[in-house]
Each structure stands twice: as structure tokens, then as C-alpha cells.
Ligand binder design. Sequence first.
Ligand code: CA
Length: 215
Amino acid sequence: MLYPAPIWAGADGKMDVRLLVIEDDPDLNRQLATALVDAGYVVDRAFDGEEGHYLGETEPYDAVILDIGLPKMDGLSVLEAWRRTGRAMPVLILTARDRWSDKVLGFDAGADDYVAKPFHLEEVLARIRTGRVTVDGNPVKLTSHEYRLLSYLMHHSGRVVSRTELVEHLYDQDFDRDSNTIEVFVGRIRKKLGVEAIQTVRGLGYLLSPPTDAR
Ligand code: CA
């Protein structure tokens, strides 16, 4: 029923992945957009928080790259405002390398991942990469984080995987993440898949049943 498709969407042109870049530094904004377009994504750009917030509120993006320090409305306020109104698209925040608090506040505000400035463009591309699975033959787009989580469950299907194990697999060991984040991810993956593939085993973790359909 559920199969990983090891083809990255965006690169093969079969499924458009639409991204929003919100960065006020014109050079950095251009570099990011160019790299992402070259990688096959459809990219919209905003240069301040208000414009970015509006686009994210009104347009369907598969993921957003959001700078924290922005004119008119800062990145954290943008993110909080989206989450308050139920906008659940994955958001990668750009933080200053020496601002540890940005990362913590960013995750609290609903960020999915972060990249610290200055960064290599390849780093952003790796984080934003979109994976794909098929459900009953229909392609489903997943963020790299979601894909990694689901792949891990797939590789361990038939046994219960704890939240702690998933946190350890998904995040750098130097960043202590609240395992509630995993629930948010699993909820999002379930919604995207539209099938009851992942079971919650109360108090223990998650279980992905091995395929039983032997037709
Ligand atoms: Ca900035």
C-alpha cells in the first residue's frame, strides 16, 4: 500500500514543489532563489515580513525558508501568526550562528528545522529536499524531515519505535528536542498519506505495520 519512491520531487519535473523564500538581504534572497530554481523548485520571493506573511497566508506552499531578522514583521512573528491561523506548511528558519536563543524560540514558534548563517547553499538544499512516497499509486510529497521519519518507520516496520529513538534519528545530538515535536510530524505525515498506516502505541511509540497485501 505504502511505498517509498526514491525519486526526489522537484528534480524530475513530474511534481512541482512550490517554495517561498523570505529574506530581506537582496543578494542572499537571490542566491537562495537561484539555487532552488536550479534544483527544480518553483520559487516565490518576499523581502520583508509583512509581504512574506501575506503570501504564506494566502498561497499553498510545500515549504518556506524564513529569515528571522526581517523588516516590518520579524520572522518569529510571521511564523507564530501562520501557526495561530492553522497554516501548517513546513518552515525552515535562517538563524544567526551565535544566536542559540533564535533556534529555541524558532522551534517554540513552530519551525520545523533551522540553518545557521552563514551557510552553504547546499545545506539549505539538503534540508528543503522533498521526498516522495506513493500511496496506492498516488504520489505524496513529504519534506526531507517527514521522509526521514517515515523511512525510519518503514525500515523498522512491524516493531514499535519510540519517540526518543525518532528524536535521536532525526536531530543533531547537540540539540535536545522535545519529543512532542515528533507527534506533530507524525500527525502531518498521517494527514498527507490519508491512510491509517502509522499506529500510535500509547506510552511506547509508533508502529508501522508491514505490508500484508499479498495480491
Ligand atoms: Ca535579515
